[in-house]
Unconditional design. Structure first.
Length: 158
């Protein structure tokens, strides 16, 4: 197996950056948790809150032990890391790095707090989207990039 050093480096930098941004933002939220219990309005439709999610996306699987969710996430990270090592496509490498970095950020929370710190609360009127964090943003953006990467690659070769 030949390692592609530029994509691997790009993906690794993204991985570290995603995990670092996630953990720094969560540390700021945890430090200010008492003042965020009822939320801190940033602009209409968005406020910062402090929530602890013991499940996964939208609170699903919150009846499973924290370690089982962590073990599943670690297994998925290993699989995606293998794809990161194998890819020669830079956009894919960035996507894999973002997904792994976000997942690692949430794994760290599960190990430290037995749940994930969520703090981004978007809403319209009294209807709230489930709160999320920067790790979730990196995972979603990484998946979105994987979806559009083939089209980007096609356009670059056209």
């Amino acid at each position: 197996m030949k390692l592609n050093s530029v994509p691997l480096t790009m993906g690794s930098v993204m991985l570290i950056s995603a995990a670092l941004v996630d953990q720094v933002t969560k540390a700021a939220i945890v430090e200010n948790a008492s003042s965020l219990v009822y939320g801190y309005p940033v602009f209409p439709g968005f406020k910062l809150v402090f929530l602890r999610n013991e499940g996964v996306t939208f609170g699903l699987l919150n009846n499973l032990p924290w370690w089982s969710l962590s073990a599943m996430a670690i297994a998925v990270c290993c699989w995606i890391a293998l794809m990161l090592v194998r890819t020669s496509i830079r956009a894919e490498a960035l996507a894999y790095g973002a997904i792994i970095g976000g997942a690692i950020g949430n794994i760290i929370d599960r190990i430290r707090f037995r749940g994930v710190t969520d703090f981004l609360d978007f809403y319209v009127g009294s209807q709230h989207w489930p709160a999320f964090n920067m790790a979730d943003v990196f995972v979603v953006c990484g998946v979105a990039l994987l979806i559009v990467a083939p089209r980007l690659s096609q356009n670059a070769h056209a």
